[in-house]
Design a protein around this ligand. Structure first.
Ligand code: NAD
Ligand SMILES: O=C(O)C(=O)C[C@@H](O)[C@H](O)[C@H](O)COP(=O)(O)O
Ligand code: ZN
Length: 363
């Protein structure tokens, strides 16, 4: 089974990719020793994949507890954090507890955040069950919750003890959720790897058909790129911000239109088109990349347009972006396809690009 390593100054951890038994993974992962494992999941994932994981955890831990939060983005909020912390305290969990995040990015972000603050920090294991979580959210230690004012406005950098990305669990993922994960896979091409983008163009039909070999390549390359960037800049002082390509616009749309109107990956896909349009207009990027990105997103089954916003509204929704400095929003742009940069762009220029987007969406 392929294994990658996230190499960080103080602690490194492995990412196991592919099909394999949970019991073997437990045996192979040395830093999991704990008297108590607490699986955090939701009813959907628990019903599908909880039993197999728990059966493997029982022989390895003296005690295994399971806590479910409701399915969906709305669980990334304070009440779930406080409920989970109080549940941990009530069951007598000490600093040696191991939290196990079984689910998609919502469960991973929430569980990781609880792990970062409970008793000032305990260990957690990422068991990502969506494609998005396997290629992005389970790796790199960004954890957190949303506020009414914006996405992920409260959180912490807290790295997992390990990541177990089992490809077999993706078989039960609904098509729309699978496509949303492909958006974050596509992201790695423009920001870091032109050859990977070209591979995705050639292999998207195989990925959509969930060809296991193609999924393996996509998950592995995505994790390699993310792990390398995180190793250079764990706390997003600089280069890590490129992983936010499409997110300034995307997070604005996600929150502004109401969570659930667009999935995170769908919003990021449309946001990448906006950021690419910005790069064409202001950095001289060749317009052909905009067409190629749009075709690739469509081939992945992702929306390339959305209604219900105006340029002024979207700009207002983007104001809480964490990359803003002294009130000025900074954008991840692509001066050369395969290499990203950060740029401050005047609001007037952004509004012009958004006007063009609205016109393009109306056809
Ligand atoms: N921390 C990071 O670096 C990072 C990176 C990207 C995204 N995110 C966050 O991740 C979240 C999105 O994650 P997501 O797309 O995984 O959404 P999600 O966690 O809501 O999962 C999507 C849906 O799929 C269901 N599901 C999960 N696994 C399944 C399976 N194997 N079979 C059937 N159904 C399954 C879930 O119950 C849910 O309904 C957003 O909150 C986003 O902000 C974080
Ligand atoms: O890991 C990162 O760094 C990312 O930016 C990955 C993103 O795909 C992810 O959506 C992340 O949660 C966004 O973080 P934020 O800091 O913009 O809230
Ligand atoms: Zn994202």
């Amino acid at each position: 089974m392929p294994r990658l390593e996230v190499v960080l100054a103080e602690r490194s951890y492995g990412i196991e990719i592919g099909a394999g038994s949970w019991a073997e993974r437990i045996a192979r992962t040395p830093n999991l020793k704990s008297p108590l494992a607490v699986v955090v999941t939701n009813p959907t994932v628990h019903a599908l994949h909880g039993a197999a994981l728990e059966a493997a955890l029982w022989p390895a831990f003296k005690r295994v507890e399971v806590r479910e939060v409701p399915d969906g983005e709305s669980s990334k909020h304070w009440p779930c954090v406080s409920w989970l912390c109080e549940e941990l305290a009530s069951m007598g969990a000490g600093r040696d507890v191991l939290l196990v995040a079984l689910g998609g990015g919502v469960i991973g972000d929430l569980t990781g955040f609880v792990a970062s603050i409970y008793m000032r920090g305990v260990r957690f294991l990422q068991v990502p069950t969506t494609l998005l979580a396997q290629v992005d959210s389970s790796v790199g230690g960004k954890t957190g919750i949303n506020l009414p004012q914006g996405k992920n406005l409260v959180g912490a950098f807290h790295q997992p003890a390990a990541v177990w990305a089992d490809s077999t669990v993706l078989g039960t993922l609904p098509a729309r959720e699978y496509a949303a994960g492909l958006a974050e896979v596509i992201k790695y091409g423009p920001i870091a790897d032109l050859a990977f983008f070209e591979w995705l163009e050639a292999n998207m039909p195989r990925l959509v058909a969930r060809d296991p070999q193609a999924i393996g390549v996509a998950v592995r390359r995505s994790c390699e790129i993310k792990a390398a960037i995180v190793a250079m800049d764990e706390r997003e002082d600089g280069i890590r911000a490129v992983l936010n390509f499409g997110h300034t616009f995307g997070h604005g749309l996600e929150r502004g239109l109401g969570y659930g109107a667009l999935l995170h990956g769908e919003a990021v896909g449309i946001g990448m088109l906006m950021a690419t349009r910005l790069s064409v207009a202001h950095l001289g990027l060749d317009n052909s990349y905009l067409d190629r990105l749009e075709r690739l997103l469509a081939a992945a089954g992702l929306p390339t347009e959305v209604q219900g916003w105006s340029p002024q509204q979207l700009l207002a929704w983007m104001r809480t972006d964490k990359k803003a400095v002294a009130g000025a929003i900074r954008y991840v742009v692509i001066p050369k396809w395969g290499e990203a940069a950060l740029a401050s762009v005047a609001d007037e220029a952004v509004l012009q690009v958004l006007d063009d987007t609205v016109r393009a969406m109306r056809g």
